[in-house]
Design a protein around this ligand. Structure first.
Ligand SMILES: [Zn+2]
Length: 329
C-alpha cells in the first residue's frame, strides 16, 4: 500500500492497544527492508509528539527539519550507508552527500552546525523527496492507523488512540526504533559492534550545543539556578542548560522544557524528574516567557500549552522516570 498516495485517511479510530502493538510488531519484523527511511521517520514522529497543534497536526516543515537532521547526522556525520544495496544509495543519502560536496562541508559537522540558509535549502529538498517516498510508505507500513496526511496541504494528523499510545509507551518505542535502526545499519556497514551504533543512534537527534537557548533564557530569566536558586555568575560555564523533562525521554530540545541551572544541580538531577513543585514553577516560568517575549522569539513557543508539559511530566513518570529529585539545601 501506498508510497505514492497523495492523501491518506485514518482507517479506524476504534482501535485497542493490542491492535497497535500488532501493527508495531509487524512494522519491525518485516525482514525485507531496503532503506533506513522508515526507522528515521519513526524517530521523527517521536521527536515531534509534543509539537502538534490542538488538532494533533504536524506541518511538514517541522517534520522534515527533524527528518533532515537525523539523516544528515547518520549519513554525513557518522558516514553510515542507508540502503541494502551497496551500489545504490538511497535518494535521501544522495541529496545529503550532494550538499556536502556543493558547500564543501567537513564530514564531521553535525546538522546544527550548518548555516541557517543551507539548513533551509536541505530541508526543502528532503521534504520534496520525503513527501514522495516516505509519508505514504510509512502510512502503508502502519496500515493507515497512525495518521492521516495530505501531501498538497503538507500536514499529517495523528490518530488519537495511537497518539496516546505513543505517549504512554514512549520510552519502549524509542528503544525499539533505535534498536531496529541499529540492526539494519549493522547489516550494511562495517562497524565494530551493535553497541557502537546504538550509542550513536541514541544521540543522533541531539543538538551539539544548547548555546542558542542559553542566550535566549539569559535574556528573560533571572540569573539564578532554576532548582537551588543560587546565583549563576556571568561566565558561560557557570550555567548549564537543563532539560526539565530528561532528554532521554522527550528526545527533543524545546525552549519550554529548558531551564538554566548550576552545574551541580544539572549533573545531580541527571536522568531524573524534579519533584512536582518544580513542574508548577516551570509552568509559571513559561507563562512569564510568553508574556515577555519579543515577537522574534515567540515562534519558539509555537504550539506550546501548559497542559502539554503537565502531560509530558506525567507520562515520563508513567514510563519509569523517578519523579522525586530536589536539590539538597
Ligand atoms: Zn542549582
Amino acid at each position: 500500500m501506498g508510497w505514492d498516495l497523495k492523501v491518506g485517511e485514518i482507517k479506524s479510530t476504534y482501535i485497542t492497544d493490542e491492535d497497535i502493538w500488532k501493527v508495531i510488531s509487524n512494522f519491525f519484523s518485516r525482514s525485507y527492508t531496503t532503506m533506513s527511511y522508515k526507522y528515521g521517520f519513526f524517530k521523527t514522529l517521536i521527536e515531534n509528539l509534543y509539537n502538534v497543534n490542538e488538532d494533533l497536526e504536524l506541518d511538514f516543515n517541522k517534520l522534515f527539519y527533524s527528518f533532515a537532521k537525523i539523516n544528515w547526522n547518520l549519513v554525513v556525520h557518522h558516514q553510515l550507508w542507508q540502503s541494502n544495496n551497496k551500489k545504490q544509495a538511497s535518494s535521501i543519502q544522495k541529496i545529503l552527500e550532494g550538499y556536502c560536496d556543493k558547500y564543501s562541508i567537513p564530514p564531521e559537522w553535525t546538522f546544527d552546525k550548518l548555516d541557517d540558509k543551507v539548513q533551509l535549502e536541505i530541508i526543502k529538498d528532503i521534504k520534496k523527496t520525503g513527501k514522495r517516498y516516505v509519508i505514504g510508505a510509512f502510512y502503508g507500513d502502519t496500515k493507515g492507523l497512525f495518521y492521516e496526511f495530505d501531501r498538497n496541504k503538507e500536514y499529517l494528523k495523528f490518530n488519537l488512540p495511537v497518539y496516546r499510545f505513543l505517549q504512554r509507551h514512549q520510552k519502549m518505542i524509542t528503544y525499539l526504533t533505535n534498536y531496529h535502526l541499529a540492526l539494519f545499519l549493522e547489516k550494511h556497514n562495517s562497524v565494530p559492534n551493535i553497541n557502537y551504533l546504538l550509542t550513536k543512534i541514541e544521540n543522533v537527534s541531539k543538538r551539539s550545543s544548547l548555546n542558542p537557548f542559553y542566550q535566549i533564557l539569559l535574556k528573560y530569566q533571572e540569573n539564578v539556578c532554576f532548582y537551588c536558586r543560587k546565583s549563576l555568575g556571568k561566565k558561560r560555564n557557570a550555567s548549564h542548560v537543563d532539560h526539565f523533562i530528561p532528554w532521554s525521554f522527550v528526545q527533543s530540545d524545546n525552549l519550554w522544557n529548558l531551564v538554566l541551572s548550576c552545574p551541580s544541580c544539572n549533573l545531580k538531577k541527571n536522568d531524573n524528574l524534579a519533584e512536582k513543585s518544580f513542574l508548577y514553577q516551570i509552568v509559571e516560568r513559561n507563562e512569564h516567557l510568553i508574556n515577555s517575549f519579543n515577537p522574534v522569539d515567540i515562534d519558539l513557543f509555537s504550539n506550546y500549552q501548559h497542559e502539554k508539559l503537565v502531560n509530558l511530566y506525567n507520562y515520563s513518570s508513567y514510563n519509569g522516570y523517578i519523579d522525586s529529585w530536589k536539590p539538597k539545601v
